[in-house]
Design a protein around this ligand. Structure first.
Ligand code: KG4
Ligand code: ZN
Length: 356
């Protein structure tokens, strides 16, 4: 089965062609990602209107490139998948409408994909990870711990009450006068900083639930920065190191709580999967690895280019759905908000026997 995937929910215009064999193995035939980072950099964050326009301008060419690189034509496709949300609505409309047009003209099945579902299923494309597994997704827009029980069967175990984890990195960078996106800059500064110099809070630590809260951390950082301003290079490095250490501790504590909930409801996970741009952070990766070890499971961390937004994950989620005979009609709506476990067959956590 060969599927085209289109991703336009944020600031990446992406298209890819992915093949799924009958035994459920995946193969990426092409994966084209055009980042808009430079267009948003001056604003310190993604500007929705600029993003939507940039998707309109680039998407046709990106799709053509994806097909050419894969050595396939539209006629070879078994389905067209597009991210239908959640995300910036202008961009989502561009991608979904383009997918509908191709599907209609070429009479191909359309699959409207939840972007978070695509992140959740990527580990099956890269590592054929069997269900059930525990996903930690940390990106600029999302912070979630999810029990991935089957295609379409997701139970959110924890999420953020305020800022997303990547957003916290971005805001910290902005506050300290570092560039955008902030995560990599903060990580770079943290390497030469003292993580113990500033006493920052560990919000939600010790709670039984697996939820996050990151906005207090950002505020505490601002107060500490104001106390020592004007900031020297060493101050900036120490603030970054102290911030990153606080995030690492929070991730460890929240993930430990999430894994505890997972085990009590669904038994041992086949893996702990890390996804999203924040998973690129070495300190965070290390702590996630430690957590996996602690609960006696393996860490699956797809390569960076598949952790951040891309078309291959959308195509793959489309292929997984099509393989089960699931598709959408041309009325499929673009959605700015679309919680992952809303697409679960039932809202109630399924019993182990129901999906095993
Ligand atoms: O998954 P992603 O590429 O895009 C979405 O937000 O969907 O994630 C981007 C986010 C940004 O907030 C960025 O600052 C963060 O991931 N990020 C990092 C690192 N690399 C990217 N955060 C911490 N450390 C990093 N090395
Ligand atoms: Zn994403």
């Amino acid at each position: 089965m060969i599927v085209l995937g289109i991703e336009t929910t944020c600031d990446e215009t992406a298209a890819a062609v992915v093949e799924r064999s009958e035994d459920g193995r995946g193969k990426i035939l092409s994966n084209i990602v055009l980042s808009q980072v430079s267009e948003h950099a001056a604003f310190g964050g993604v500007v929705p209107e600029i993003a939507a326009r940039a998707h309109v301008e680039a998407l046709d060419l990106i799709i053509t490139r994806a097909l050419t690189d894969a050595g396939r034509t539209v006629d070879d496709l078994d389905g067209i998948a597009a991210a239908a949300g959640p995300g910036l609505i202008g961009g989502v409309i561009v991608g979904l409408t383009t997918a509908k047009a191709i599907a209609m003209v070429k009479r191909k099945p359309l699959v409207a994909i939840n972007h978070l579902e695509a992140h959740a299923l990527t580990a099956r494309l890269t590592d054929a990870t069997p269900f059930p597994y525990c996903l930690f997704l940390g990106s600029g827009g999302h912070t979630q711990i999810v029990a991935v029980l089957g295609v379409g069967k997701y139970v959110r175990l924890g999420t953020t009450m305020d800022d997303a984890i990547g957003e916290a990195f971005d805001k910290t960078a902005k506050l300290l006068g570092l560039g955008y996106p902030g995560g990599p800059q903060v990580e770079k500064e943290a390497v030469r900083g003292n993580p113990a110099r500033f006493a920052l809070p560990r919000p939600m630590q010790g709670r039984k639930d697996a939820d996050f809260s990151l906005s207090g951390l950002k505020t505490a950082l601002r107060i500490e920065a104001e106390k020592v301003a004007p900031l020297s290079d060493q101050d900036v490095a120490d603030l970054c190191a102290s911030f990153q250490q606080a995030v690492v501790d929070v991730v460890a504590d929240r993930l430990r709580a999430g894994l505890r909930i997972f085990r009590s409801q669904y038994g041992a996970p086949s893996a702990l999967v890390a996804a999203g741009g924040v998973a690129a952070n070495q300190a965070i990766r290390k702590v996630v690895q430690r957590l996996a070890f602690e609960v006696g499971t393996v860490l699956v961390a797809p390569p960076l280019e598949l952790c951040t937004d891309n078309g291959a994950m959308i195509a793959w989620a489309g292929a997984e759905r099509l393989a089960l005979g699931i598709m959408d009609n041309l009325e499929a709506a673009p959605r700015a908000r679309w919680p992952l476990d809303e697409i679960a067959a039932s809202k109630a956590p399924p019993k182990t026997s129901a999906w095993k």
